[in-house]
Design a protein around this ligand. Structure first.
Ligand code: PMP
Length: 378
């Protein structure tokens, strides 16, 4: 579908392919001697390439201010594998994970595929609504349904683009500690902020002295998704369980890719790349929001992300985004329908748009085309 000629796909959440760090990766690999290449081409340990583990540990402490005492790191094959590993280790049949409504499609798929159930928690402009969360958890437990985790994407969520405020992060952590339910904190976009300062987006895990937060990081949006390297920071005992599980998933994450990621950090490319990409993505975000103002009908509303790659559109309740999708494709624009990001049985009047991998002009044209379809259908 995405390759149909003429179709503007605002569906796939890809980073900017024009600006992937090709030259940096060439420089890294050209600088390798045989012994380094040999390590890269051989099997590695399940937990990860030791120098990369150490470097991530330091960066988590310095950049994300995560207290690392008692915590450990394991490398994963992208964050998607981290979600699968965590699901496998935490969940028994029919146990529950609380998720934001809407939440990331890949996480939902992972929780379901390891036989979990979802408890949808609504969000507003400040992220997951914490008020009432503990009651919802208690209700669920009274019905004999054990809640095993609270999954959040605190920074510029996929799909909503919304950021959880620091105040709510603190409250969420309190609930997690009181109820002894881990938070699964998924943070692929935290470095790509357009407003404010670094501290505004520090992870929940930076506040955590209990070890209750399981933090998921990835190189997908700050290096390349094709490199397939992510990591988990969690309590040592949990990391041991994850490591044991990972042995049967893929034995090890590609050492070749891990060494590339390590050199990319060591040579300072990662920080340079993030600084380069922030204004590029911000211009795309501004373009999509300007186009929304210009072309969307009155009854439609949308989020205004402070970072990341996504805008979440709410249509009038009478509309179904599947129907809109069929008409939109005829008008040469595609998106992901909201139901992909919602727990089962939720009304489907939502659309996710992405702008990361589209030129500014195409973003504007895509929104204009979608606006035309919605105006016709309303
Ligand atoms: N979590 C979220 C919220 C994401 O948006 C993505 C990527 N789309 C992932 C996890 C998976 O990332 P990775 O490429 O590291 O597997």
């Amino acid at each position: 579908m995405a390759n149909t000629p003429g179709l503007i796909s605002m569906a796939g959440g890809m980073p900017d392919s024009e600006n992937l760090p090709f030259e940096e990766i060439k420089e890294i690999i050209n600088g390798w001697d045989t012994s380094k290449a040999r390590v890269g081409l051989q099997y590695g340990t399940t937990k990860g390439y030791t120098p990369l583990l150490e470097t991530i540990r330091e960066r988590m402490e310095e950049k994300k201010r995560i207290p690392m005492r008692g915590q450990d790191v394991i490398i994963t094959t992208g964050s998607q594998q981290a979600l699968a590993l965590v699901s496998k280790v935490l969940l028994n049949d029919d146990e529950i994970i609380c998720v934001e409504v809407p939440s990331f499609i890949g996480a939902i798929a992972s929780f379901y595929s390891f036989h979990g159930k979802l408890l949808g928690i609504p969000v507003d402009d400040e992220g997951m609504i914490i008020e009432g969360l503990d009651e919802r958890i208690e209700e669920s437990e009274k019905l004999g349904k054990k809640v095993k985790g609270i999954y959040v994407i605190p920074n510029f969520s996929n799909p909503s683009g919304i950021t959880l405020t620091q105040e709510r992060r603190k409250k969420l952590l309190q609930i997690s500690v009181q109820k002894n339910i881990p938070i699964i904190e998924d943070d692929p976009y935290g470095d790509l902020y357009f407003y404010g300062k670094y501290e505004d987006y520090l992870p929940i895990k930076s506040l955590d002295s209990s070890g209750n937060v399981i933090y998921l990081g990835t190189f997908s949006k700050v290096l390349s998704p094709g490199i397939r390297v992510g990591w988990i920071v969690a309590e040592k005992m949990l990391v041991e369980k994850l490591e044991l599980q990972k042995q049967s998933f893929d034995a090890c994450t590609s050492p070749l890719c891990q060494i590339i990621a390590l050199d990319y950090i060591r040579k300072g490319f990662i920080d340079g790349y993030v600084e380069k990409m922030k204004p590029i993505y911000r211009a795309k975000r501004d373009a999509i929001l300007e186009a929304m103002e210009a072309y969307m009908p009155d009854k439609v509303s949308w989020t205004k992300p402070n970072g990341g790659l996504f805008v979440w559109i709410t249509l009038p309740e009478s509309m179904n985004s599947e129907h809109v999708f069929k008409e939109a494709v005829k008008n040469e624009v595609a998106f992901v329908t909201g139901d992909a990001f919602l727990p089962e049985g939720h009304p489907n009047n939502y659309i996710r748009l992405t702008y990361g991998d589209l030129p500014l002009e195409t973003i504007k044209r895509g929104v204009r085309k979608l606006g035309e379809v919605l105006k016709k259908m309303l």
